[in-house]
Write a protein that binds this ligand. Sequence first.
Ligand SMILES: NC(=O)c1ccc[n+]([C@@H]2O[C@H](COP(=O)([O-])OP(=O)(O)OC[C@H]3O[C@@H](n4cnc5c(N)ncnc54)[C@H](OP(=O)(O)O)[C@@H]3O)[C@@H](O)[C@H]2O)c1
Length: 215
Amino acid sequence: MSQREIWMESLDLSQPRAAQTLYDLARSYRSEVSLFINNAGFGRYGDFVDMPMGSIHNMLQLHINTIVESIRLFLPDMLARQHGDIITVASVAGFFPIPYMTEYAATKAFLIAFSEGLARETQDQGVTIQVCCPGFTDTDFHQTARHQPKHVFFAQSPQLVVQTSLQALKSKRTLVTIGWQGRLALWISKIIPHRILMTIAGKAVRQPRTPHLKE
Ligand SMILES: NC(=O)c1ccc[n+]([C@@H]2O[C@H](COP(=O)([O-])OP(=O)(O)OC[C@H]3O[C@@H](n4cnc5c(N)ncnc54)[C@H](OP(=O)(O)O)[C@@H]3O)[C@@H](O)[C@H]2O)c1
């Protein structure tokens, strides 16, 4: 059995300049990075006006700034070698606006649009840009978000998400959903007006108000 070395570093990716630190660290271990995955993220549920400003800043920095800056740093080397894959984990929450998780859904929508645009810009240059959009997945995400789901239909395993995403790299697909639930969510978001979907989704995720949520 071949042995692979794994190095681990701990880094707060919601800090400014985290992308440059991450890039420098990665390059200190390997001169070439062939697979780069943006997975870190967190959710917050509730009324936007109750969200602590620090939490909003952290989410915007983590889900948008650090990811965009990291890809800007890692992508040129991949393009120069005409080889490499970049996976960004978004969510089905990015398929349409969702009240009471407004900023989370908006950051994931940004990641979908950003990845799709970038994939088109870089097509046929040997690099795959993928945006992976899981649905409800059985991880610590919901506990971290302090969210008690009212209806949990068909929670997916993180293993299935990873397998599907890595498998999809072979076909160089950009937008990747997980299982039939993901395909259904994408299809629904295209055929049902968003005002109707927002009403349903908002009712499903709304929590009792807790003004001035702690960070
Ligand atoms: N679970 C779902 O239902 C679901 C559905 C759709 C999309 N997603 C997306 O899937 C991705 C992974 O989430 P998950 O479900 O695996 O949740 P999770 O179990 O809570 O894992 C989140 C990961 O992100 C890391 N992270 C959070 N903030 C960070 C920061 N400031 N700096 C560095 N790392 C940070 C966490 O590190 P620590 O453990 O060190 O805090 C953890 O490894 C996220 O982008 C999420 O939005 C999840």
